[in-house]
Write a protein that binds this ligand. Structure first.
Ligand code: RIB
Ligand code: CA
Length: 318
């Protein structure tokens, strides 16, 4: 059975790996991509989504829509210090010998829409339980879709969210993970809506790492533009994206895509969670008896997932 995905994303270096894995995965069809401000402002996130679709060159390109330019409440706080101002570790500035950009933003795809929430609801209505939504950034677009049509989102088969930190410290504050910290109001609305939701928190994403050398070994000699992008990312994109501690990049978003495609990568537990929207704990996910029920990935088969990811990213380029 083909897995049909809508990916909501704020690319972002780990988002880029997740998108290339999904766009190159046999048995998976990325029906649509919606962008959201998060790691970088919306324009940069959308430009990167267009670059990545062009690099992946899927047989049937996904529809693309720009989503929210900021959180439901408060100002956007990006992670450009991690992902680079361009969101892809500076690769947008690379030039060929003749001065042409190495990774230009392709011409506006004719399918681009200006309303991410509308595309989410359209895909949910068209595909229903056959559709899985994978949210790799702040949940603003999903919350806007929910507000517009509360029953619309509930039609989909599964919503897999990369976000939260349940029994571990956050990565923005000691309490909060980035995606939920950017827009805790949106996260609370989505978790409280009783949707078929799987949460992939830092508890497991920090346990799957990819080092620069491992990616370069798996790539070998890059044989196409997609592989060259990955080689350039390995060469200069890993530092800011968390390879600083020398253990390799934490594969937050690729793991969420992996679990959407094959839930057996994770050990899921039914929990009740609350998202804090006030004060110093803003963006925290905590266990609560009156919290919203969701399946939470608290265990991961890291080795098998990493093999799967490298197969998707590298062998397909060979
Ligand atoms: O906390 C990690 C998450 O925040 C990932 O989705 C990363 O891309 C950033 O958006
Ligand atoms: Ca992301």
């Amino acid at each position: 059975m083909t897995r049909r995905l809508l990916i909501d994303t704020d690319p972002g270096i780990d988002d880029a790996l997740a998108l290339l894995a999904a766009l190159g995965c046999p048995g998976v069809r990325v029906e649509a991509i919606t962008t959201v401000a998060g790691n970088v402002p919306l324009d940069a996130a959308t430009a990167n989504a267009r670059r990545l679709v062009a690099l992946a060159g899927p047989p049937s390109p996904p529809r693309l829509a720009r989503g929210a330019a900021g959180p439901l409440a408060g100002a956007l706080v990006t992670a450009a210090h991690v992902h680079g101002d361009d969101g892809i570790g500076g690769l947008a500035g690379l030039r060929e010998a003749d001065g042409r950009p190495r990774y230009p933003v392709p011409d506006q795809p004719s399918l681009e829409m200006q309303d991410g929430a509308a595309l989410i609801l359209e895909a949910a209505a068209a595909l229903g339980p056959e559709l899985s939504i994978v949210a790799l950034g702040p949940l603003t677009n999903l919350a806007l879709a929910l507000a517009r049509d509360p029953g619309g989102l509930a039609r989909v088969g599964r919503i897999v969210v990369m976000g939260g930190a349940v029994d571990v410290a956050g990565n923005v504050t000691p309490a909060a993970e980035f995606n939920l910290h950017v827009d805790p109001e949106a996260a609370a609305a989505v978790l409280d809506a009783g949707l078929p939701l799987t949460l992939v928190p830092l508890d497991v994403t920090r346990r799957v790492r990819l080092g620069r050398a491992a990616l370069e070994r798996a790539l070998g000699r890059p044989r196409d533009r997609r592989a060259r992008f990955l080689a350039d990312l390995a060469a200069q994109g890993f530092g800011p994206a968390g390879d600083a501690d020398g253990r390799g990049m934490a594969l937050h978003d690729p793991l969420a895509v992996g679990i959407a495609v094959d839930p057996s990568f994770a050990r899921l537990e039914p929990l009740r969670l609350r998202v804090e929207t006030q004060g110093a704990l803003r963006g925290q996910t905590r266990r609560a008896a009156d919290g919203a029920p969701c399946d939470v990935a608290l265990g991961v088969d890291a080795g098998r997932f990493l093999d799967w990811l490298l197969e998707r990213l590298c062998r397909a380029s060979a």
